[in-house]
Design a protein around this ligand. Structure first.
Ligand code: 3NM
Ligand code: MG
Length: 470
């Protein structure tokens, strides 16, 4: 079991970098006040007696602030001062040996210079790894030819150990001027669901004139790391397996011609009915109070789009949703313009509580409004602005509502609360026509129907695969 440690802002010490007039202990304390969550004592230039002395001093500060404290390389020093653990290098004692000496409760981290070393560390039960230096740094010189692991190497490292329960900190040459770029790059490019757990620095904090301020600045950038499992599929480089699945899905829809009962708005009724026929489904656009329950019961899927909202439509949605739940029929819910008026938002929230929604599909403004998140605003039915942490938004909402959330836009973000993916499949022309979003809602319904009632599935590699990939 990997320990539940917060390594988001990981400070590695180096007494030689402490500004004149200050002590290392003062700097560490300021840094913790500024947001450092983990401390490693790394002193390469002192003898054992002095190292232990420093360790006792720094441990005291860390204890007072409830921050874990580990020792670099020296297991004997860690034992002597009863530190929380050790950080090993590839030339130090092995993880297995360190574990046997320190026991199961101490934190063991290791520097992994390659993906292979990272995998080996995970298999040996390391709690976390530190990367190879992302950028060259004079704090730990590695020769003139060394160019650093780079952002690309970091993403490759994260992807390589995605299946293991081990944390990762990036280290080396990171500071407030380049960290944002690294974080954004990771958020965007990791493909296997494993993101950074934190960032480790030496000089950016130790050598700063104000360690508290420097730490706070770094912490605010680290807060942007998206902490959800994500998988990004890119339409420009389609995954053959997924394309094949989509082909099968289309074939099955045509073969079965499922009845899609759609309660939708007057603007898109005709378009979505035609889209349903085009793809091989059988549309039913009934919304009369007297018949929606019967249709919802026999349909393959019910799509509820609140676009033409009125008191009577609301009753139809309610009856259709309840009947669908009773019959076990999947429901796609499209909360059109949820953020635009209080009436709409209230209606959406009430309907979401009244029956089981299988897929909640909306644009950034609508999904943010339902989640109660600030961020993307709405102008009427159009979403304006973007969401800060889209993966976090959709996964939290999916967990909260126990449904699959599909947030559409130039990039779609989809989550069932356990895994999330993004699809980069937007096209600028979609902004020039009305009803494309509503039509997607309808298509989601049909795809949902087709595949043994699964809109998404996990393949053998535990990848989260979604069918609406067109
Ligand atoms: N290990 P700064 S680089 C402790 O390359 C350490 O493995 C590295 O210091 C590696 O934040 C490094 O001052 C020090 O760049 C990073
Ligand atoms: Mg070492």
């Amino acid at each position: 079991m990997v320990k539940n440690i917060d390594i988001s802002l990981y400070l590695v010490t180096d007494s030689s970098l402490v500004p004149k007039g200050k002590t290392l202990a003062q700097v560490v304390e300021e840094a913790i006040e500024g947001g450092v969550t983990f401390v490693q004592l790394r002193e390469k230039e002192c003898d054992t007696r002095e190292f232990i002395q420093k360790a006792i001093e720094i441990k005291k500060i860390c204890k007072e602030h409830n921050v874990p404290f580990v020792i670099n390389d020296r297991i004997d020093v860690a034992l002597a001062v009863d530190a929380d653990g050790v950080h090993l290098g590839q030339q130090d004692m092995t993880i297995e040996m360190a574990k046997s000496i320190l026991g199961p409760n101490k934190i063991i981290g290791i520097t992994a210079e390659t993906n292979e070393q990272a995998i080996a560390a995970a298999k040996a039960g390391a709690d976390y790894i530190g990367s190879l230096a992302i950028y060259p740094t004079s704090t730990k010189p590695r020769g003139e030819d060394f160019t650093g692991l780079g952002k690309e190497g970091l993403v490759s490292l994260l992807d390589s150990i995605s299946e293991y329960d081990m944390k990762v900190v990036a280290i080396g040459g990171l500071n407030s001027s380049n960290l944002d770029d690294v974080v954004q790059y990771c958020n965007k490019n990791i493909t296997k669901g494993k993101n950074l757990d934190g960032v480790a620095v030496v000089s950016a904090i130790i050598a700063a004139p104000d360690a508290k301020k420097a730490s706070a600045e770094l912490a605010s950038i680290i807060a942007k790391i998206e902490k959800v499992n994500t998988k990004t599929l890119n339409a420009a480089t389609p995954d053959y397996e997924i394309v094949k699945k989509v082909g099968e899905a289309l074939y099955r829809i045509k073969a079965n011609s499922p009845l899609i009962h759609t309660l939708t708005n007057f603007v898109v009724m005709n378009d979505t009915a035609n889209a349903t026929i085009e793809i091989g489904g059988s549309p039913c656009m009934a919304h009369a109070l007297g018949e929606v329950e019967e249709f919802a019961t026999i349909a393959g899927c019910v799509v509820i789009n609140i676009g033409s909202l009125s008191a009577e439509w609301n009753d139809s949605f309610y009856l259709a949703g309840r009947a669908a739940e009773k019959a076990g029929t999947p429901v796609v819910f499209d909360p059109v313009a949820a953020g635009a008026t209080h009436y709409r938002l209230k209606t959406c929230k009430s309907l979401l509580q009244s029956f089981k929604v299988t897929v909640l599909k909306g644009n950034a403004g609508e999904i943010s409004a339902i989640a109660g998140f600030g961020g993307a605003a709405s102008k009427g039915v159009d979403s304006t602005g973007t969401v800060d942490k889209p993966f976090e938004l959709v996964s939290k909402l999916a967990q909260q509502l126990n449904t699959c959330v599909c947030m559409t836009g130039a990039t779609d973000y989809i989550s069932d609360g356990k895994k999330s993916i993004s699809l980069h499949n937007g096209h600028e022309m979609l902004g020039n026509i009305t009803g494309s979003g509503c039509t997607v809602g309808n298509l989601v319904g049909k795809f949902y129907y087709y595949y043994y009632n699964y809109y998404y599935y996990y393949n053998d590699d535990d990848d989260f695969i979604i069918y609406v990939y067109i």
